[in-house]
Design a protein around this ligand. Structure first.
Ligand code: HAM
Length: 569
């Protein structure tokens, strides 16, 4: 129970953004919007939650993001409890007869299916006992294979064909199964008879269910939308940007949150639109350099690499596995696990003790086929021509499975350096090419490239790098034009009417309250506004207002008709 000494707080890893910081956020977003529009990008807003399989397929089941950081839930409509109760007892009375007719113990799982109320019982049985068979017949429910077979199928090591998984797992989602416990002697039948069944079903089952996930990133959603709305049909390159929150269950620390914001953009389209061209990669990188410069970020560094095509990568991963096998035991525990599950992730390990061994591993550059090598060379040449500085980092592989060819990160100097506000989280943004993602999601061929800036990290960096042009505190802590101070409660209505008039004329105005003493009004006004407008009995009667300008200390009388103009200065 929340109490005054223990009030409710924002959930760990989430935070409130408050004024005046939000003014800086808005300023950053408006600079980003301005840069994006100069490069021909339009805004896309995709839903904050999507079908879980979008991320499993797009980002990759083995990635940290999908395997342990997603906020997912089974989403379905609740059953109507009264209907459920009626249904249960009707079936019981009409078709099952008395419970005493059942003999032995049940050892099965009952599942309420997608369809509401009728035919929704399925069962997994170890043995088709007469009682079970009778139950199933009564519910016109099919008998599923022995439970042990189902468990074995679920426990298979090899990757299951996902269509098979989807079809079958629909029936196997634990959340939809009513497990009748056999561990409680003589209780099984009790459970079935009891209202507990209704309670349990109500609490655990839904009419129809779908696994949903708060988006951990936006690229998969953008590509899903591209496919869904046939954006490729125009034949044009699609240039889309987004600004919005993303969600990952990461261990919170400075610069790393569970709800964080990204400013991102994606360029994709059919091959004939030029989407695969190295020019696109260079243009995106050059735009980012321009954006960071316009924001006033100092000391940014661009690191890039090519992770090769969809055929280069498996060859490289195989070589990496081979090279890791004999040295694996010398690596830290995390890297030992990664060497098994996702060897590419070993490359971006920060563990200091493992660095020498990792540096000696095979490099992806040596596994690129000629088209990939040539593509990367052209990206670098175009960056040189634009004068965008970069470093090729052969270990930069990035944590999402959809990347092909160019991958990149922009960093700012890391912790200990006052130019960074990020602690150890020094990646300001990341991105890369994803030539096969559309096909992975069931769409047409649509090569693409994009990036996402961690907006929280961008803001922390700007705040740490004081004096960034365009972003000094004057800009976002701009004072209001006027503070109206009514003298006495009788003047409140007139004060609000005056504020309305001034605000409609485009001025920024705050209204005090007639109950404030004059001294308090002056103090409040001085904090937030450039002028104070005094509204006493005389002023209301004559329409001549008393105005004090704080910067000069000057106090004047101004006719209401001239007030808006005077306050602008
Ligand atoms: P990402 O590298 O996972 O890439 O995230 C991009 C940026 O989001 C990171 O560089 C970081 O600044 C920020 N970020 C990530 N996680 C957190 C967090 N927990 N707290 C604060 N900031 C965070 C992607 O998301 C890709 N979708 C980028 C992309 C777009 N690739 C192609 N197109």
């Amino acid at each position: 129970m929340p109490t005054p000494s223990n009030p409710l707080k924002a959930v760990r890893g989430t935070r409130d953004l408050l004024p005046p910081d939000t003014a800086l956020w808005n300023r950053v977003e408006s600079i980003a919007r301005s840069v994006f529009s100069r490069y021909g990008f339009g805004e896309i807003r995709t839903p904050i939650f999507e079908d879980t399989s979008l991320f499993a397929r797009g980002v990759g089941e083995e990635t940290d993001i999908v395997s342990k950081e997603m906020y997912s839930w089974e989403d379905g409509e609740r059953l109507d409890k009264e209907k459920l109760r009626d249904w249960w007892f009707r079936k019981h009375d009409e078709q099952l007869g008395s419970w005493e007719e059942f003999e032995g113990t049940f050892d099965y799982t009952v599942e309420i299916q997608d369809r509401p109320y009728e035919n929704e019982l399925l069962a997994f049985a170890n043995q088709a006992t007469p009682a079970l068979t009778a139950t199933l017949a009564a519910f016109e429910a099919p008998l599923y294979p022995p439970r042990a077979d189902v468990d074995a199928w679920l426990a298979q090591d090899e990757p299951r064909d996902s269509s098979q998984l989807n079809d079958r797992s629909r029936h196997l989602k634990p959340v939809k199964r009513l497990v009748v416990p056999t561990g409680i002697p003589n209780k099984t039948e009790e459970w079935l008879k009891d209202d507990l069944v209704v309670e349990y079903a109500f609490g655990n089952f839904t009419k129809s269910s779908q696994s949903l996930t708060l988006r951990p990133e936006n690229t998969a959603g953008v590509v899903r939308a591209y496919i869904e709305h046939n954006l490729g049909d125009s034949g044009q390159l699609q240039k889309l940007f987004y600004i919005g929150p993303q969600f990952r269950r990461e261990r919170p620390q400075r610069g790393r949150y569970r709800q964080f914001w990204q400013i991102g953009a994606e360029v994709l389209g059919p091959v004939t639109s030029g989407s695969e061209s190295p020019l696109r990669d260079a243009e995106v990188l050059e735009m980012l350099a321009t954006l960071l410069d316009e924001l006033g970020i100092k000391g940014w560094k661009l690191e890039l690499n090519s992770v090769g095509s969809a055929t280069d990568r498996p060859r490289y991963v195989a070589a990496l596995r081979e090279a890791l096998a004999p040295i694996k035991h010398q690596l830290c525990e995390d890297n030992q696990r990664r060497a098994e599950t996702n060897p590419l992730r070993v490359l971006d390990s920060k563990d200091p003790a493992d660095q020498a061994l990792i540096d000696a591993l095979p490099r992806i550059a040596d596994f690129l086929d000629d088209p990939s090598r040539d593509h990367f060379a052209q990206v670098l040449a175009a960056l040189d021509a634009c004068g965008v500085p970069y470093t090729v980092n052969p270990r930069l592989v990035r944590g999402l499975d959809y990347y092909t060819r160019t991958t990149f990160e922009f960093t700012v100097p890391s912790s200990g350096d006052p130019a960074s506000g990020l602690g150890t989280q020094n990646a300001l943004l990341g991105g890369g090419r994803y030539d096969g993602l559309s096909e992975m999601l069931g769409g047409p061929r649509a090569p693409g490239i994009g990036f996402a800036i961690g907006e929280d990290r961008l803001i922390l960096t700007l705040q740490a790098q004081s004096g960034a042009p365009h972003l000094d505190s004057e800009m976002w802590e701009k004072k209001l034009d006027a503070y109206i101070a009514p003298l006495g409660a009788e003047r409140n209505a007139a004060a609000l009417a005056l504020a309305r008039e001034l605000r409609r004329a485009g001025l920024t105005v705050e209204v005090g309250d007639g109950s404030f003493r004059l001294k308090k009004s002056f103090e409040a006004a001085d904090r937030v506004a450039r002028h104070i407008v005094i509204l006493g009995e005389d002023e209301v009667a004559t329409g001549i207002l008393t105005v004090k300008t704080f910067a000069t200390g000057e106090q004047t009388k101004i006719a209401q008709a001239d007030l808006a103009q005077a306050l602008r200065t």
